[in-house]
Write a protein that binds this ligand. Structure first.
Ligand code: FAD
Length: 313
């Protein structure tokens, strides 16, 4: 059968690419399906931390480029399509995309997570026209501007520090009175003269014509609202949003065990369905980083190989 693979991997983030490397190296007929840009979330950072062996100046895109090369080197096939429907209980398993239908002896779910939206009127309208979710991608467009960052976790504070490379000033808007981010990162931000803070504040509306001209901030304690206009000489606002992530598990909810949106697995990354594995940020785990995602990818690919052998598929 032309479209039958030993392993189909959904998602080409670090977890999926690592699974692709291990599966193809084991001579399994491997297909990686990615709906967007290769590399997943890590592509959006300018500095990859905590990945053993990666020098300090490693960027997300450069790390991903090497991962893609490695996966392809051993024969993994990659297509840019979106998985839209799955039947994981049948054998072979059926994977439908926006363009094709595939069959697989085993499936590795590596669909990761997507950023959260603030949900304010105007957010969708100005997405890509002043609202960004990726500092590495859009930081250069904020050159010389007073930039606003929404969020209070590691990503918000780290990316604010990065944005000071371009922005004349960075204001972090956070709905609580203290950050969730690690103390060391918060200290760095406090020491940075370009960064200031707007606590107990929530952006509730974004306004403008072609670009963002103002936005409304609500005081989360008093409920009072005020409009933030443009600084003198500035023609548009630039807002970056880093308020967390949601697991991409919508396609699988009625088929496999899911807890709080994340896929349940055991140590071998096996899900509740034989021959179906979940790896990386999409599964229940404590540490969501590149190093744990790639580790999962390796584990699942090796386990899938055994599953195919044992069941004589
Ligand atoms: C700004 C930022 C900075 C970070 N910095 C670091 C860091 O310095 N060090 C570190 O270790 N970690 C860092 N992380 C965390 C790290 O990026 C993640 O833990 C890691 O990317 C998880 O990999 P993954 O492969 O599980 O998922 P993801 O990276 O989320 O990749 C999932 C992929 O699946 C694809 N996909 C989803 N649904 C479908 C579908 N239906 N069809 C086809 N494809 C689909 C997506 O498009 C995506 O490419 C950072 C994250 C962010 C957002």
């Amino acid at each position: 059968m032309e479209n039958l693979y030993d392993v189909i991997i959904i998602g080409a983030g670090p977890a999926g690419l690592s699974a692709g490397l291990y599966a193809s190296r084991a001579k399994l007929n491997t297909l990686i399906i990615e709906k967007g840009i290769d590399g997943g979330q890590i592509v959006g950072t300018d500095s990859v931390d905590n990945y053993p062996g990666a020098p300090e100046n490693t960027t997300g895109p450069s790390l991903v480029a090497r991962m893609v090369e490695q996966a392809k080197e051993f024969g993994a096939k990659k297509v840019m399509e979106e998985v839209t429907e799955v039947d994981l209980k049948s054998q072979p398993k059926i994977i439908k995309t926006n363009q094709n239908e595939y069959q697989a002896k085993s499936v590795i779910i590596a669909s990761g997570a997507s950023h959260r939206f603030i949900g304010a009127p105007g957010e969708e309208e100005f997405s890509g026209r002043g609202i960004s979710y990726c500092a590495t991608c859009d930081g250069p467009f904020a050159e010389g501007l007073h930039v606003y960052v929404i969020g209070g976790g590691d990503a918000a504070v780290e990316e604010s520090l990065f944005l000071t490379k371009y922005a004349s000033k960075v204001t972090i808007i956070h709905r609580r009175d203290e950050f969730k981010a690690a103390k060391s990162i918060v200290e760095k931000a406090k020491e940075n003269e370009k960064i200031d803070f707007m606590f107990n504040s929530q952006v509730v509306e974004i306004k403008g014509d072609k670009f963002i001209e103002s936005f409304i901030v609500k005081d989360t304690i008093s409920g009072e609202e005020r409009e933030i206009g443009l600084d003198e000489g500035q023609k548009r606002h630039s807002i970056f949003v880093f308020i967390g992530y949601i697991p991409n598990t919508g396609l699988f909810t009625d088929q496999i065990d899911i807890v709080n949106g994340y896929i349940m697995t055991n140590e071998q990354c096996e899900t509740s369905i034989p021959g179906v594995y979940a790896v990386g940020d999409v599964r229940v785990k404590n540490v969501r980083q590149v190093v744990t995602a790639t580790g999962d990818g390796a584990t699942a690919a090796v386990t899938a190989e055994k599953f195919i052998e044992t069941n004589d598929l």
